[in-house]
Design a protein around this ligand. Sequence first.
Ligand code: PLP
Length: 408
Amino acid sequence: MLSRADCERMDASDPLASARANFVVPAERIYLNGNSLGLQPQAAAAAVQRGMNAWAQEAVGAWNSAGWIALAEKIAGLLAPLLGADPDELVVGDSTSINLYKLLHAALAYTSQERVLLIEQGNFPTDSYVAQGLQRPMRSVPAEQLLDAIDTRVGVVLLSHVHYRTGARQDMAAINARAAEVGAVVVWDLAHSAGAVPLDLHAAGTQYAVGCGYKFLNGGPGAPAYAYVARSRQARLQSPIQGWFGHVRPFAFDEEYQPAAGVQRLQVGTPPILSLCALQAALEDWSQVRLSKVWEKRQRLFELGVALCEQLRSAHSAVGDLRLLTPQDAERQGSQISLQMPMAGPVNRALQAMGVIGDFRAPDVLRFGLTPLYTRYVDVWDAFNVLHSVLRERRWDHPDFLQQPRVT
Ligand SMILES: *Cc1c(COP(=O)(O)O)cnc(C)c1O
């Protein structure tokens, strides 16, 4: 049996323990929701304040004097090592949904009309909705059939690398290789991958990817997202939204659109500078940590969570139908533990009332995000301990917890 003292010992010898001090951790909370909204870096408020000051003091001049015009590119440079990409293959801005639209559109433009867009059943809704909106022939298959479904009838595959509900990670290199064999291309969604698991987009042969700034990257609510396009795809890259920031010379005010070099043509309009300031601070923190240590701790946090889940299940039969959805194989995991159970919504709200912040994904999944930069081993222990009491004492069975709020 694992004890809390074991977890305290693991924290005491954790090489990442000091990174937690770089975050504003909400008082009296066990925060296991960095997979949905990463905590605020201590440096973020000052970074946004500097942006505010530049706005106050220099106003429009700050585009040049404070370097606002180049800020998104600078952030791409900080992001690149987390992805195993080069900075000039990344463009930072817009939301994940918008970047998905741009990349799917661009990828489909070079695919014959008969070839279908293949998606995974049960993918994150925005991915499926954006795909549906493109009005191309589409096919959706369960994740386990995906690899076999990639044949010469498929033009583009849209896939989450780590699935938002189950936390299961796909074999990126194998799927890219299969797609390449049949002349198809994959657009990867890295929302639950960057900052969560090691990524090497080059080694995996990835052509297109998008991802999110506010989850594991800690860029702040609604932080700018990013898009990745392999260098070999950039010459023919066409954005479906030809905005002036994607023009080769925005301030020439030319009549005719002429795309900027490479991936920069995916920029659309004026970047959100204050949001970029927060994202920059978050990624500067990331650049200070040894990534290998992050991945090692992720795995150890996970092993702890799985062991505690087993302890919970064997402790009493009332949780007999609690199931661990996330794969046990470390190579197939993301950075969240997904527990499937009846009444997961009310259980999650009861947990929140007791200070354990995970989240609920309809219809029956409770997620605990593990973020090695600020999650402690004792946090995982405490969370499972509280979950145990919520289930044992049926604390979820209360009118306050049976009603679902707008954001789950
Ligand atoms: C969180 C998430 C998104 C978010 O899209 P937004 O446009 O930022 O709202 C997209 N895809 C996946 C898989 C996600 O998990």
